[in-house]
Ligand binder design. Structure first.
Ligand code: CP
Ligand code: NVA
Length: 302
């Protein structure tokens, strides 16, 4: 049984599929005004050490729709931002709240919250992983294509939190996963160790090879939050890794394009491709709400 959502590496394939099925059901219920107040009276603390639009708003609205209450906790205003240890923060917050969502830098901080606290912890993005986003991505691909089994996902860009989590989420749901990144920007070594055990995984330096016959092509920013000072160096390193019409010619003719947002048009994706696939990209953004409600219900419902 799932106690936390710290990273997709911890989840079984069945747990991921169960979350996607519940997300579909909750989306249907919301669209048809069917009440689904599974978390009446429950509270979720949301600790943010980095900026957010989608994660913050979708978690807040999601908790409200489920009958619970979200608390936005900016680390700038909390003692954790002044150095109070995460072990103590975890034990204190566990006595007030029913769950915590945290967006931070080090994955270890999220793991420590789970270790020292006694309530469910949800990773709302670390430098290592972005599991909530990838659940929404898998949900979106399944909605568009009708299934995940055997589809080819290609991720072009940085070996960051998104690439790490998409590799794991894709492989665990039986997709073929192909990635392309420049040297020195590989995914995390623990992810590569996991991925190497799957015949459906391949890593390339040439993006044209990675997108060959892909059903879905995904990218993300070249400089993530916390890497702003490396932006220029990264722009040079990622030249040639842009999702463009030319690159898309190598993918299947009906290939989808996803982007977790925020996007930098003219860098990792052209304006033309972004706008041509905007319906998919904004459905993906909406699905954050439904996928996260599935996570909240799974972890916090009595
Ligand atoms: N995709 C995503 O996590 O967006 P935010 O940074 O706006 O939360
Ligand atoms: N890789 C990006 C994702 C933003 C949602 C970052 O970490 O900034």
């Amino acid at each position: 049984m799932m106690k936390h959502l710290l990273k997709l590496l911890d989840c079984s394939s069945q747990e991921i599929i169960n979350l996607l099925n519940l997300a579909d059901q909750l989306k249907y219920e919301l669209k048809h005004d069917i009440p689904h107040r599974h978390l009446e009276g429950k509270t979720l603390g949301m600790i943010f050490q980095k900026s957010s639009t989608r994660t913050r708003v979708s978690f807040e609205v999601g908790m409200y729709q489920l009958g619970g209450m979200p608390l936005f906790l900016s680390s700038a205003d909390m003692q954790i931002g002044r150095g109070e240890p995460v072990q103590d923060t975890a034990r204190v917050l566990s006595r007030y709240l029913n769950g915590i969502m945290i967006r931070t830098f080090a994955q270890q901080e999220v793991e420590d919250l789970a270790k020292y606290g006694s309530i469910p912890i949800i990773n709302g993005l670390t430098d290592f992983a972005h599991p909530c986003q990838v659940l929404a991505d898998l949900m979106t691909i399944r909605e568009i294509k009708g299934h995940l089994d055997g589809l080819k996902m290609a991720f072009i860009g940085d070996g960051n939190n998104m690439m790490n989590s998409l590799i794991v989420g894709g492989l665990k749901t039986n997709m073929e996963v192909s990635v392309a990144c420049p040297e020195d920007y590989d995914p995390d070594s623990t992810i590569l160790d996991f991925a190497k055990t799957f015949s459906g995984f391949s890593m390339h330096r040439d993006p044209l090879e990675a997108v060959k016959d892909a059903d879905v092509v995904i990218t993300d920013v070249w400089a993530s939050m916390g890497q702003e000072s490396e932006a220029e160096k990264r722009k040079a390193a990622f030249k040639g890794y842009q999702i463009s019409a030319e690159l898309m010619q190598n993918a299947k003719s009906d290939a989808s394009v996803l982007h977790c947002l925020p996007a930098h048009r003219g860098e990792e994706i052209t304006e033309e491709i972004f706008e041509a696939h905007s319906d998919e990209i904004f459905e993906e953004a909406e699905n954050r709400l439904h996928a996260q409600k599935a996570v909240l219900v799974t972890l916090m419902k009595d």
